[in-house]
Design a protein around this ligand. Structure first.
Ligand SMILES: Cc1ncc(C[n+]2csc(CCOP(=O)(O)OP(=O)(O)O)c2C)c(N)n1
Ligand SMILES: [Mg+2]
Length: 355
């Protein structure tokens, strides 16, 4: 017997749960302004998150998937992207989309059931939230193929959850990325749950990162509560994608500090006390403590930041609340370039009924 292949899955952490440096500080993190910018984005994300849940509870929006506890995942990767890269997100990617220029009002509009929330005024090629679990990987692979054919030095970043990695489309996307050498980065937000299904029941694989090995490229794990590590590893992977057309899979380890969505009640299945135990790892306090230790963050700055973020969110909620309701007949729009006759008639009927 001989061993014909040997694989390893590395794990990256730079700032540990008690805010000590355990890895080399990347260049961007030597700039405290940059770190404060990341911290600010994470705080804004959490304030927006809390408000969105309240809006759903009071009937102002239809549903909402919380990102509580996973801020470092989305802020870190959003920050690592170049403007011209393409983001192919899933429904939990709020903070990443905010960093790409999507507005909070647009996001609230979408979660109130209005498709106009998907037409980002900031333009660009980013895709809107993807709801069908696992489907976005193939869309991302398609876009990455186009970029490669057009010889554009841009990369695609696509994100999914731990549950999505059991979907066939996830494997298909990874396979084609490997065999065609696509400029793509797959990020898995492994938040330990797929609604009520725990990670342990999702797959017998030791890591999700190792799924890349079967597709012929590297997979790695990153501490998803360490925004510095997430930002750095995603930036390295994006650069490899852009420059060498080498795909990477990054399994970011986080914890869902919330129900799956506002339609869920995790107290029915989440072991009691687990969320509190995991909270010790949450990403905001970890970075704040580090910034305080560096002497670049104070209680006064914290207070101001919280107030500023609340104001920004309140303004966005106001903007959202003043957008007139979509007309019912617009549900026929944007499905076809030219609406087939039968639907055109129905559209006209709906329009008349609501005149
Ligand atoms: C194809 C498909 N199957 C089922 C669902 C219902 N569903 C919505 S979210 C979800 C769990 C996904 O979990 P995971 O991929 O871990 O992402 P997370 O929500 O935890 O971030 C399921 C089964 C769906 N939206 N699409
Ligand atoms: Mg999950």
């Amino acid at each position: 017997m001989e061993i014909v292949a040997h694989f390893e899955i590395p794990y990256f952490q730079i700032l540990n749960p008690v805010s000590q440096l355990v890895g080399a500080l990347p260049d961007f993190a030597k700039n405290s302004d940059h770190l404060i910018q990341l911290y600010r984005a994470m705080v804004l994300s959490r304030v927006f998150d809390t408000k969105s849940i309240a809006l759903q509870r009071t009937g102002k929006i239809g549903t909402y998937p919380s990102t509580r506890g996973q801020e470092a995942v989305f802020v870190g990767m959003g920050d690592a992207m170049a403007k011209e890269d393409v983001l192919v997100p899933y429904y939990r990617d709020t903070a990443a989309l905010l960093q790409r220029g999507v507005t909070m009002a647009e996001i609230l509009l979408y979660w109130s059931g209005d498709e106009r929330g998907n037409c980002f005024a900031c333009g660009g090629d980013d895709l809107p939230f993807s709801i069908p679990v696992g489907s976005q990987g193939l869309l991302a692979a398609g876009i990455a193929t186009a970029l490669k054919i057009k010889k554009e030095k841009r990369a695609v970043l696509t994100v999914c959850g731990d549950g999505a990695t059991s979907e066939g489309e996830f494997y298909e996307a990874m396979n084609v990325a490997g065999v065609w050498g696509l400029p793509i980065v797959f990020v898995i937000n492994n938040n330990q749950w797929a609604i009520s299904l725990p990670r342990s029941a999702q797959t017998a694989a030791q890591t999700l990162a190792q799924k890349a090995i079967a597709a012929g490229f590297l997979g790695e794990q990153v501490d998803g509560n360490d925004v510095i590590a997430v930002r750095e590893r995603v930036a390295v992977a994006l650069s490899k994608a852009r420059q060498q057309h080498v795909p990477t899979l990054i399994e970011v380890i986080s914890y869902r500090q919330s129900d799956h969505t506002t339609a869920d009640d995790a107290s029915r299945y989440e072991p009691q006390g687990l969320r509190d135990t995991e909270w010790k790892n949450e990403p905001l306090g970890r970075l704040r403590l580090y910034l305080e230790g560096q002497g670049v963050w104070s209680a006064l700055q914290e207070e101001k930041l919280q107030t500023d973020c609340m104001k920004e969110v309140e303004n966005a909620v106001h903007t959202f609340s003043t957008i007139p309701l979509a007309l019912p007949e617009t549900m026929f729009d944007d499905l076809y370039e030219t609406l087939p006759d039968a639907y055109a008639k129905q559209r006209e009927q709906v329009r008349k009924d609501h005149e």
